[in-house]
Every structure is written in structure tokens, then in C-alpha cells.
Design a protein around this ligand. Structure first.
Ligand SMILES: C[S@@+](CC[C@H](N)C(=O)[O-])C[C@H]1O[C@@H](n2cnc3c(N)ncnc32)[C@H](O)[C@@H]1O
Length: 399
């Protein structure tokens, strides 16, 4: 926090003021998505094991065992087709449902962003480059069905895609604020707690978050490591502007810049902590390799990188792989299956990290697991829940 923060810093999130009907619509979409992802998914699983699998085996003489075989046997089934259509529509509506509210709030949001940029009351900064070339793998499709994706700009100093991503994300994850503010960042709160327990002597001074979007899964590291010099990069200008306004209002001095994580402008060994979340599966496989190499270059000796991602194919069951890989063909995330088929340990070793210093593990979600269980977890008394069921898969290394 700066010594003398400016009074009356505008809160960009507060400009998002849905009407009764808009809010009801968002809640409906949240509940619909929850129903699909929990109940319909379970119905579909039962249908497979109780009917489709034995029937396919009886008809063809071969039981579907791999995730590809499961997919092939499920594609014609009503249970899958209904689930898949509902899931697609719930995903699309998560972002569509906030657009009217964002459009109305846009002038106020833009002016909050401009204020943050002019005053930097928390001590951060924002650097966007009008000539920046956004990679094709971001511009060619609306990634996970966000209309306009992370980068599109419709007016000057635009923050619309930041707002749609942030608020649509809350609809998607069921984290819409009802009575109290929900700052988000549960992934970083969990990983920060895990880092503290796992590496008690680790005291990072400079940190970088890659593919930060608006930074919500970066801010908690500043709470865990007070005084942290914090840098956050993304290729989308509107998400960075939105994040910068949020950070300045909340008192986080973060230096946001529009940069491609494949090749940044930071000097060798600039950071002792590098983080990311939900990032690597959205870029093509050769790019993931380049980014891990860039992490190796940017980390100082003794520094740690930790990336939250989808669990690799090798670590989950065939059924779960069928479930996870749905996004590849249905959610505008073409690299998803390819990314999951890689071995993170191999990618890190190739980039120069020493194998014994690399890790892949599941970190308990702090909000649902609780502090008491975390203590038991570190004492080896209980295990982390699976990824997506109260845990987060992470991979990383100490240099
Ligand atoms: C799913 S979002 C990440 C979400 C965010 N980390 C969070 O936890 O809230 C992926 C982000 O990666 C960004 N991105 C994609 N390719 C990138 C690259 N080469 N360098 C930096 N950012 C990139 C996208 O613009 C997008 O904002």
C-alpha cells in the first residue's frame, strides 16, 4: 500500500450494477451450469457404465476403455447430446448474460480505468502498446466462448472485455456476489498457502504472473508476501486495464504490461516467483514449451515457478479424460487435449530445470478445505482432493 493513497479511488467493480432482471438471469445461468456440470454429468456417467459400455461390448465384442473409445460410444447417446448442448449453451450464456450490464456501465468503468492510469494511487502501473501484435491463437476464435475474447477493443481505453471476462467468469463459476463482495482469487489463495507450507524459507521479492487476465489470481500472493514487487502480463489490453483499475482500488501495487509470455522484455533472472493459472492449456503446444523456457530465463537461482493447470492425461482416469477433453472441440480451446497429453515434468526438464527440483501435485482449495485440514495435509495425515473436486493441479520447479 502507498504511504498516502489518494482518497476516492473509483471502484471499477462497483460500476457493474445489474437490474433485478439482469441479476436473476445471471443467477439462472449459474444454476443451469451447476446442474449440467454436476447432475447431468453424473447421469451421463451412470448411463455409460450401466448401459452404453455393456451394450457396446455386446454389440461389437470390444468394450470402450480409452477416453477416445468412450467418446465415440457416447457421442450418439441422448444423455451425452443433451448434456453437451446444455453445457455449451450455459458456457456461452455465462458471458452473454453480463453484456447488457457491462455496456451500460462502460463509460463509468472506462473512467475508473483512466483514473487509475493517471494516478496509480496504490503505486502500480499500466503499460499497453497500441502496436502490440496479439498472437493468432488468441485472435482466431473467441476462446472459451467469450464474445470478443480477451483482446478486442471497441473504443478508446476500452475495458469491456475485462469486465465481460471478470463478471462472466463469476456467473460461470457460481461466484456472483449476493450479499457480500467476492474478490475471487481462490486458486492463488490456495497456492500461496501451499507455498508457505511447502517452502517455509522462501521469501520472494519480485514476482511475475503470466496470462494474468485481470490479475485476480495474482493479488493474493501480495498478501502472503508483503512488499512483493509484482508484475503481471497478458496479451489483451482491455483485461489489463480492468485489472489495473481493480488493483489500484484494492491497494495492490501491480505493474501490468501487455506482453507475450513467449518473449518478454524482462532481464535474465528478474524474478524469484513466477505464477500462472488456467493459462497453458489455451496456447499451442510449441508455445507452452517456449514459455517454460522463458520462465527458466526469467527465474533467479533459487526462484520458484508454479503453474496451476488441468491435470495431465496420464494422471486421470479414461472417463475423466473424456470429461475434461470436451472443451477441445466444444469450447474454442483447440490446444486443450494436446496440452493435457504432454508430461509437464518432461517440458520442464527440456527447458533446463533439474528433474529433482520439479514437481507436479494437487494443492487443496483453501476455501473449501480449511486451515485445520491444511495443517493435517502438511503433517501427511490427509490427502488433497482431486483437481476439480476441491483441489488444483499444479506443476512447477525451483531453479
Ligand atoms: C484463461 S485466461 C487466464 C486466467 C487468469 N490467469 C486467472 O486465473 O484469472 C488466459 C489468459 O492468457 C492470455 N494469453 C494468451 N496467450 C498469451 C501469451 N502468449 N502471453 C501472455 N498472455 C497470454 C489471454 O489473453 C488470457 O487473458
Amino acid at each position: 500500500m502507498p504511504e498516502a493513497p489518494l482518497a476516492n479511488v473509483p471502484n471499477i467493480d462497483a460500476a457493474f450494477a445489474p437490474t433485478h432482471d439482469e441479476f436473476a438471469r445471471m443467477r439462472l445461468v449459474s444454476m443451469l451450469r451447476k446442474h449440467v456440470i454436476l447432475d447431468m454429468r453424473e447421469d451421463m456417467r451412470r448411463d455409460f457404465y450401466e448401459h452404453v459400455k455393456p451394450q457396446t461390448a455386446a454389440k461389437t465384442g470390444t468394450s470402450p476403455e480409452t477416453w477416445r473409445e468412450i467418446e465415440k460410444s457416447m457421442e450418439p447417446q441422448p444423455s451425452y447430446r443433451f448434456y453437451s448442448s446444455m453445457r455449451y449453451n450455459a458456457q456461452e450464456m455465462s458471458f452473454n448474460s453480463v453484456q447488457d450490464t457491462v455496456e451500460r456501465a462502460l463509460p463509468e468503468m472506462i473512467s475508473a480505468g483512466q483514473f487509475a492510469n493517471a494516478h496509480n494511487p496504490a503505486g502500480g502501473s499500466l503499460t499497453v502498446d497500441p502496436n502490440f501484435e496479439v498472437p493468432k491463437y488468441v485472435t482466431t476464435q473467441d476462446v472459451h466462448l467469450i464474445p470478443g475474447c480477451f483482446h478486442s477493443e471497441w473504443t478508446s481505453d476500452d475495458v469491456a472485455q475485462g469486465a465481460v471476462t471478470e463478471w462472466g467468469g463469476k456467473v460461470f463459476s457460481g461466484a456472483l456476489p449476493h450479499r457480500k463482495e467476492t474478490p475471487g482469487g481462490g486458486v492463488a489463495m490456495s497456492i500461496g498457502r501451499w507455498l508457505k507450507g511447502k517452502y517455509p524459507d522462501f521469501k520472494p521479492k519480485r514476482a511475475l504472473d503470466m496470462g494474468t487476465t485481470s490479475g485476480k489470481n495474482f493479488f493474493p500472493y501480495i498478501d502472503y508476501y508483503p512488499g512483493l514487487e509484482a508484475y503481471a502480463i497478458d496479451v489483451g489490453a482491455p483485461v489489463l486495464r480492468y485489472g489495473h483499475a481493480m488493483a489500484e482500488y484494492r491497494g495492490y501495487p501491480v505493474h501490468f504490461s501487455q506482453q507475450n509470455a513467449e518473449k518478454t522484455n524482462f532481464a535474465d533472472g528478474s524474478f524469484d516467483l513466477i505464477t500462472s493459472s488456467f493459462f497453458f492449456h489455451e496456447v499451442p503446444v510449441p508455445v507452452t514449451r517456449r514459455i517454460i523456457q522463458e520462465c527458466y530465463r526469467l527465474l533467479a537461482p533459487g526462484g520458484i515457478m508454479v503453474h496451476m493447470e488441468l491435470p495431465p492425461e496420464k494422471s486421470t482416469t479414461a472417463w475423466d479424460n473424456f470429461f475434461w477433453n470436451w472443451d477441445t472441440e466444444n469450447n474454442n480451446e483447440p490446444a486443450y487435449t494436446m496440452f493435457r497429453s504432454q508430461d509437464p515434468m518432461e517440458i520442464m526438464a527440456r527447458a533446463g530445470f533439474v528433474a529433482e527440483n520439479c514437481f507436479e501435485t494437487t494443492v487443496p482449495n483453501l476455501g473449501t478445505f480449511g486451515e485445520e485440514n491444511y495443517t493435517k495435509f502438511f503433517a501427511g495425515e490427509i490427502e488433497a482432493p482431486k483437481h476439480g473436486q476441491g483441489g488444483w493441479f499444479v506443476f512447477g520447479a525451483r531453479k
